[in-house]
Design a protein around this ligand. Sequence first.
Ligand SMILES: [Zn+2]
Length: 276
Amino acid sequence: MRLEIAGHVIEAHSVGGIETSFQVPSFDCNLDIGRCPPPALRRSRLFLTHAHMDHAAGLPYYVAMRAMQNLSPPKIFCPAGIRDELYQILRLWTQLDSSADRCELVGINPGQRFALGGDRYVEAFRVPHRVETLGYCLIRQRRKLHPRYQGLNGRALVEKTQQGETIHTVTNIPEICFPGDTNITVVEKQPLVRTARLLLLECTFIGDRPGPTWARKGGHIHLDDLAERAELFENEAIVLTHFSRRYTPDVIRKAVRERLPAKLLERVQLLIHEPA
Ligand SMILES: [Zn+2]
């Protein structure tokens, strides 16, 4: 499904327990790889939140198909604690398919930030789930000439820089935040989740069974958790994803309409895949 939202175009695939993968051309990246949907091959980076099969199964396929199509080896970021196991999987697959390990696999820790070229960055943060999980925030840096230097010509600005003066102010704009699979506590603990312009947030469960307590124990979010914390979200837009297959599209739409306060509902878009 193609989304045009908060200034970004995103290709989205997300059904709880089946597949989760987003393609973000503005940052040339995939957020999770799912079963490697075809548009994922065009993106040269992958930010992998965790190794559950519905988020990570397409990894060897992604690496091998990019090699087969003579595309550059992808750069793959993953939680540091699972990096070696993922590397072994790719190495073993290499014995069967000579191209499956042509990639750069980078294990990262919560709080680490990587430059992505130009004015773009990614920052990883810890996420509470059943296995080691990282969330990612895609960040744009906006540099503006400091007001005190406005009106100076180019040569004067170069001189100021050569004299060691910082002539720009830098603002970090969290553009897209993706915690992956998580329970609700990530919203309270991580400011990037609350402030990113666009939040891609799982909402696996709605209704009474299973309820919020069970959802939290299982490392997932329940719709009631969101309703209770509606005031915390400062995001321009929120895409709710990863709904369990046990709910029909109509049941999901009705529950969201009825339970979310208007102030949150007006910024929410649902990612629901209609049954085939
Ligand atoms: Zn998971």
